[in-house]
Design a protein around this ligand. Sequence first.
Ligand code: ACO
Length: 429
Amino acid sequence: MSRDSLTITDNRTGKTYEIPVTDDTIRAFDLRQIKLNQNDFGMMSYDPAFNNTALCKSKISFIDGDNGILRYRGYPIEELAERSTYLETAYLIIFGELPTRKQLEEWTYHVTHHTFIHESIKKFLDGFHYDAHPMGMLISTIAALSTFYPDARHIFDAESRRKQTYRLIGKMPTLAAFAYRHSLGMPFVYPDNELTYPGNFLNMLFKTTELKYRPNPTLEHALDILFILHADHEQNCSAAAMRNVGSSHVDPYSACAAATAALYGPLHGGANEEVLRMLMEIGSIGNVPSYIKRVKSGEKRLMGFGHRIYKNYDPRARIIKRIADEVFDVMGRNPLLDIALEVERIALQDEYFVSRKLYPNVDFYTGLIYQSMGFPVTMFPVLFAIPRTSGWIAQWEEMLLDPEQKIARPRQIYMGHDQRPYVPMDQRS
Ligand code: ACO
């Protein structure tokens, strides 16, 4: 008997099965041979919310949640935040290696030359109410891109995939900035190719009457690092959505719109928006203990705390705390920071949070930084979606090129009625 196997005895039948173990994992399909009789469908595993199910084999991000480690393609997030740029990191995530100087120049050139959006997209934006949430506008306009680029259907053509990659990475900031300007009723600002990726984004958001917008270097740098930290995070809800929807072989814009929709939720990319609302609701340091009490009684959730994978301090949150200081030096201290620090201080020594291993996650401090930089809270998840696009594209491509992958089609355990006859209206109670 192989040592790399699991021996399962089915006590219902007394039969024993040997299931191979590879990479500490068994294949769920190997359970199917475990049957009561020949007519039995076979054993399945039940895993609501995929708590313990590997969706794929991946080479993109590595997370060790117990030790607070995150690496992209093997490179520690701390080193990338210190030494890389978002565009370079996006290249690494999508293509698997850090670019040479020439590769980076070409990549930057192509992304920069795909930042313009079709003028008709502006008409879609005009159709939205002035108070439409920018994530709603972003999701819709990303989906709309597929109608402008029908060539994106050719998902198994490497050349086409590369083109859609330039377009998606290049156009996300433009769509996001245009959605923001629409909500303010301000004219759209076109991309400026002389600026960096984050610098141009700030230009499209905040330029008013100046002839040439010059981004504040500290804010530009801070945004670049925040983009690096948000670029990928293995099989989270939105990456899984990208893979799931993409597995039907739809074009990448439609899949990316679905991933963005997944990110919109308050338990995922919408959490930083909720953190800020929570800090405003707490209102003062003195109110923190009573708020924590409400969290512990189950009345509230402490937004920006806890993570499905990290059962230790989120390594991104540590880096973000440092950036916050740099931004506050330029923009002034965010008054909500003191409340946040007090929440963290109390929570980290409270038995409720300690025993459940609930630590600040990436979203706990990002909202404060974004607010200090002048972003309204509704833009927070948008600021997450822009850099995460590189992760989504990498996950999508890895899924497409994996010969083991097929259209995603989970199973269910049916718990509803057995067959029953149709009841006419006058006989229903
Ligand atoms: N506040 C209070 N209690 C919490 C919190 C929280 N933020 N998070 C988890 N718990 C508690 C749960 O009530 C549960 O307690 P119990 O065992 O007594 O029932 C226990 O901790 C385990 O929680 P789960 O819900 O099982 O953890 P799960 O892995 O499903 O949830 C999640 C992870 C969704 C991130 C959760 O921690 C949460 O809702 N956090 C707040 C939202 C947030 O910050 N999301 C951003 C995540 S990072 C990202 O997506 C970019």
